[in-house]
Design a protein around this ligand. Structure first.
Ligand SMILES: [Zn+2]
Ligand SMILES: [Zn+2]
Length: 172
């Protein structure tokens, strides 16, 4: 039901504009210095599924409520690559898909639950949105875009002002 609401939201002119802006931003000329020209490897937590990507086109933080709902996190970071170059190298039989909307499919590992990539052939044809943290060298990438900021949690802009610890604080 939530997914349907989101899909309807996405059809409003404001979001369509955002979506087309995103598509424009995914042109290769938008690749920043942080982007490598090489393909990248990734895997799920349990190691059953391994994948290789094509050239990363962009790294995006998505603040939409659908991503928040299906991932449980305040926002979701994705590395966008051409779908044609995205290959599951190992463990395809463990891969599961969930249709989050009529068009958006989330893929994840059946054993460990790690989300691996999303596709949306209608809105973003030919692209794979790969979950940032599953890439082996994600520490070499940083986001170049925030999208669906109309749905962003207010506190995200003030992360630095929340009490912070290097690790979890001791209790008591
Ligand atoms: Zn796994
Ligand atoms: Zn989203």
């Amino acid at each position: 039901m939530q997914a349907r609401v989101e899909e309807k939201e996405n059809l409003n002119p404001k979001h369509s504009k955002l979506a087309s802006r995103l598509t424009e931003c995914l042109s290769p000329c938008a690749i920043g210095d942080v982007m490598s020209e090489a393909t990248m490897n990734g895997s799920c937590k349990c190691g059953n599924i391994h994948y290789v990507t094509g050239d990363p086109l962009q790294v995006v933080n998505c603040h939409c409520s659908l991503c928040r709902n299906i991932n449980g996190s305040a926002f979701s970071s994705y590395v966008v690559t051409p779908l044609a170059d995205f290959k599951i190298e190992q463990g395809e039989q463990m891969l599961r898909g969930y249709a989050a909307t009529d068009h958006a499919i989330k893929h994840f590992c059946a054993t460990c639950g790690t989300p691996l990539y999303n596709i949306n052939p209608v809105r973003y044809p030919g692209l794979a949105m790969i979950y940032f943290g599953t890439l082996e060298k994600h520490d070499q990438l940083s986001p170049g875009l925030n999208v669906y900021c109309s749905s962003k949690m207010n506190w995200v802009n003030a992360l630095h002002s929340i009490r912070s610890f290097d690790e979890a604080p001791q209790r008591g």
